[in-house]
Design a protein around this ligand. Structure first.
Ligand SMILES: Nc1ncnc2c1ncn2[C@@H]1O[C@H](COP(=O)(O)OP(=O)(O)OP(=O)(O)O)[C@@H](O)[C@H]1O
Ligand SMILES: [Mg+2]
Length: 263
């Protein structure tokens, strides 16, 4: 009998390879990490270390030339790799919410915020247009967007980058996902907006008990919001655990180097 937690996302010994004209790229090698509901796990590492590939593997969104060649992804006790691709994609939205670095790319310039938010909600929940609208307003308020009613009438190009990112967060959170995968969600924003958005992500995590996998290469951000951190280098996790513990007693040379760079 396998006793697994039903309130965690567990990546176990994950290996992801890409088939390229130059040969096989071992992008993710034996990665294990956990995300617990209501807590934030940060995934940190240099460019190309495999952070995004790890998260895309969870959501079954790897590029066509990519494949998972070993390991398990267990979500709320279910072995995701035993499911069909269709079943896995059905988890995106309600089980896994995602926010990416470039909010402009995720919003459709042709449609208003209202159209995008209410349609997204109604795809996943049996609710009326009016209910979807009310829910949208509630979540736009939750990410501190002023005058949500008039905001709903706008199209993405009428909003700043920070506002677009908040709309994305509101859209994602309104679906009340179990887990949120945030891949450098604030990198493109200025420091003040970044701070506000981080605070809102943190609050929503605690209030709605969402488990967050937060990808960043900013250790300052990790110190501010994460409970646990996994440090990645060249496709592998070199160190993994409680944030305070690791910041105070880094064991691996690469972690020490990262910490020295911000001190
Ligand atoms: N479709 C693909 N085909 C071939 N190689 C790929 C593909 N996608 C990713 N890779 C490779 O996998 C490795 C990990 O990439 P990944 O995007 O996960 O890095 P990252 O840690 O997210 O970096 P960054 O901080 O720049 O976003 C890189 O070497 C990248 O070139
Ligand atoms: Mg990336």
């Amino acid at each position: 009998m396998d006793y697994r937690q039903t309130d965690e996302l567990s990546i176990e010994n994950l290996c992801v390879d890409f088939d390229t004209p130059e040969g096989i790229v071992h992008a993710v090698r034996d990665v294990s990490l956990k995300v617990h509901k209501g807590r934030i796990t940060a995934l940190v590492g240099e460019s190309g270390s495999g952070k995004s590939v790890t998260s895309l593997a969870v959501m079954s969104l790897l590029a066509r030339n990519g494949s998972i060649n070993n390991g398990k992804i267990i979500c709320n006790g279910t072995d995701l790799l035993a499911l069909s691709v269709k079943e896995r994609h059905a988890l995106n939205g309600r089980t896994f919410g995602m926010i990416f670095q470039d909010p402009g790319a995720a919003l459709d310039p042709l449609f208003t915020v209202e159209q995008q938010m209410t349609e997204g909600l109604r795809e996943h929940q049996r609710i009326s247009r009016q209910e979807a609208r009310e829910l949208s307003i509630r979540y736009l308020k939750a990410v501190n967007l002023q005058e949500p009613e008039s905001l709903l009438k706008k199209r993405p190009f009428e909003l700043s980058g920070g506002m677009c990112q908040r709309v994305m967060i509101a859209m994602t959170m309104a679906l009340q996902p179990d887990y949120l995968i945030a891949d450098e969600p604030t990198t493109a924003l200025d420091v003040t907006v970044q701070k506000q958005i981080l605070r809102q992500i943190y609050q929503l995590c605690r209030e709605q008990e969402i488990g967050i996998l937060f990808i960043t290469h900013d250790l300052g951000v990790v110190a501010e919001i994460a409970d646990e951190v996994a440090i990645m280098q060249a496709g592998q996790i070199v160190e993994n655990g409680d944030v305070l513990q690791i910041f105070e007693h880094p064991q691996h040379a690469y972690t020490k180097q990262l910490l020295n760079a911000v001190l």
